[in-house]
Design a protein around this ligand. Structure first.
Ligand code: NAD
Length: 488
């Protein structure tokens, strides 16, 4: 139930350095997922709002592309400082609008700050390549140039980190940016823009347009938007990739996931369970790197028993309360879909080791669901194949590592996968054969840091160049080759 306060803020768009009302008249509520308290209303902007933002970004690009790279980098240093100074405040805001636990939110802010740290290395990152004497008296040089206006579309689950995967690096590379944050967690984006301006970013370099599909389509169709960075669910990622590419834009679309963790017979059960509990149930399973399927190799009875015990001990509640690990789902409508998936799992013949539905009534104001664990899941069942994005974990049984790897091969997704073992040979086989882009060896959430690419495979990513690292620099720049003859 949403508790409405009279003074609830209607968020504004940020265009050309001004906080402006959206032209679109529709609005949506932004409730706190743990309490139902209405935090703000978000405008559902129109294509006209997108046009205004793109036009401001296009104008700003004229000067920004000529702003010396070290000067651009200095704004990012200042931004880094301001974000660090506001670390706790930003983390509390993440908890309020997203619902995750404070510790997780604090970590998310840290990950975001690290992206700014990386982008501040722009003078080195933007360097080109040269080769003298490619032929007699002829040299070749490669320079990097920005594209122009870049659009970014982000999901609800990392309202701080995912926008920071995009705009600091894009802008450091000389582009200007229009961000469309998730309409379910839009508040933090305005704070990010406010601090960016305080750091010295000129008007129009970063713009924010709140809303939903009209804004997305506006960006995908706008001829002045040259590149699109997207993070979200599979159907939307595929759609964005196809539309943006059809319209001649460079595009990177990070998509959904189903991450398998293999528990080998020699694994340290206590440690593996700790990692899996935190990976599967932290942020209520709403992480693209969450463990959502465990493949237990050999007799897994001790593992399953320990896992259930630890899940029973989890504290569910408001992310601002200490010791809470299990936080709410983003919306009640999402929980309804999750409950349908649980029903489907039972219909398909999987057995519930732990039924989190029993805990729904404990905290009625929020969208809570207790840890839910299915055992004896078959790889062809929906609960083994589809992303549920909730604290719902599927356990599959395998005779050996070959069979466990087969389950991973069968998955349409390939974001992450982990193995728990002390056996070097098993590690090597897993590393060579698991077809996912981010692997963990005894690591519960093998998410990469800002200086490496966030490198999902298969249907977890559409495009070529990933976000972050050198891939990110290559994505946000285009190369110009100069061939010079000196025989005059
Ligand atoms: P979502 O796809 O519902 O929304 C993402 C963005 O797309 C939002 O800004 C939303 O407004 C927009 N959107 C939604 N429906 C649209 C439509 N029909 N047309 C145009 N735009 C539309 O995703 P979400 O629920 O906010 O986020 C969770 C998803 O994101 C999960 O699937 C998760 O795995 C994925 N994710 C992936 C990564 C990764 O690195 N691969 C990282 C974080 C989240």
């Amino acid at each position: 139930m949403t508790v409405i306060k009279e003074e609830t803020v209607l968020l504004k768009n940020y265009i050309d350095g001004e906080w402006v009302d959206a032209r679109g008249t529709e609005t949506l509520e932004v409730p706190n997922p743990a309490t139902g308290e209405l935090l703000a209303r978000v405008p559902i902007s129109s294509k006209e709002d997108v046009d205004l933002a793109v036009s401001a970004a296009k104008t700003a690009f004229k000067a920004w592309k000529y702003t010396p790279v070290p000067k651009r980098a200095r704004i990012l240093y200042k931004y880094h400082h301001l974000l660090s100074e506001n670390h706790e405040k930003l983390a509390k805001l993440v908890v309020k609008e997203n619902g995750k636990a404070y510790k997780e939110a604090y970590g998310e802010v840290q990950r975001g700050i690290e992206c700014v740290e990386f982008a501040a290395g722009a003078p080195t990152l933007m360097m080109g390549e040269t080769l003298s004497n490619i032929a007699e008296d002829i040299d070749s040089e490669m320079f990097r140039y920005p594209h122009g206006v870049v659009g970014g579309i982000t999901p609800f689950n990392f309202p701080m980190m995912v926008p920071l995967w995009m705009f600091p690096l894009a802008i450091a590379c000389g582009n200007t940016f229009v961000l469309k944050p998730s309409e379910r967690t839009p508040i933090l984006a305005n704070e990010l823009a406010r601090l960016f301006t305080q750091a010295g970013a000129p008007n129009g370099v970063l713009n924010i347009v709140h809303g939903a599909h009209d804004v997305v389509n506006g960006l995908l169709e706008h001829e002045d938007v040259k590149a699109i960075s997207f993070v979200g669910s599979k159907p939307v990622a595929k759609y964005v990739y196809e539309r943006a590419a059809a319209n001649g834009k460079r595009v990177q679309a990070l998509s959904g996931a189903k991450n398998h963790h293999i528990v080998m017979p020699d694994a340290d059960i206590e440690k593996a369970v700790s990692h899996i509990i935190s990976s599967s149930f932290g942020s209520a399973g709403q992480r693209c790197m969450a463990c959502s399927a465990v493949v237990v190799v050999g007799n897994g009875d001790e593992f399953v028993h320990t896992l259930k015990q630890r899940a029973d001990d989890l504290i569910m509640g408001n992310g601002l309360d200490e010791d809470v690990l299990l936080t709410p789902l983003i919306r009640d409508s999402h929980r309804t879909k999750v409950l349908e998936c649980i029903e489907k799992g039972l219909e398909e013949g999987a057995s519930l080791v732990r039924d989190g539905r029993k805990e729904i009534d404990q905290l009625k104001e929020g969208n809570f669901l207790g840890p839910t664990i299915f055992d004896h899941v078959n790889p062809d069942m929906m609960i083994a194949k589809d992303e549920i994005f909730a604290p719902v974990l599927s356990l599959l049984r395998a005779k050996n590592l070959d069979e466990a790897l087969e389950y991973i091969h069968k998955s349409r997704y390939g974001n992450g996968a982990t193995i728990y073992t002390k056996d070097a040979k098993a590690v090597r086989q897993f590393r060579e054969e698991a077809d996912a882009g981010m692997l963990g060896i005894n690591v519960g959430v093998p998410a990469t840091m800002a200086f490496f690419p966030f490198s999902g495979w298969k249907d977890s990513f559409y495009g070529d160049l990933h976000v972050n690292g050198k891939d990110g620099v290559n994505f946000y720049t285009r190369k110009k080759m100069i061939t010079s003859r000196y025989d005059y």
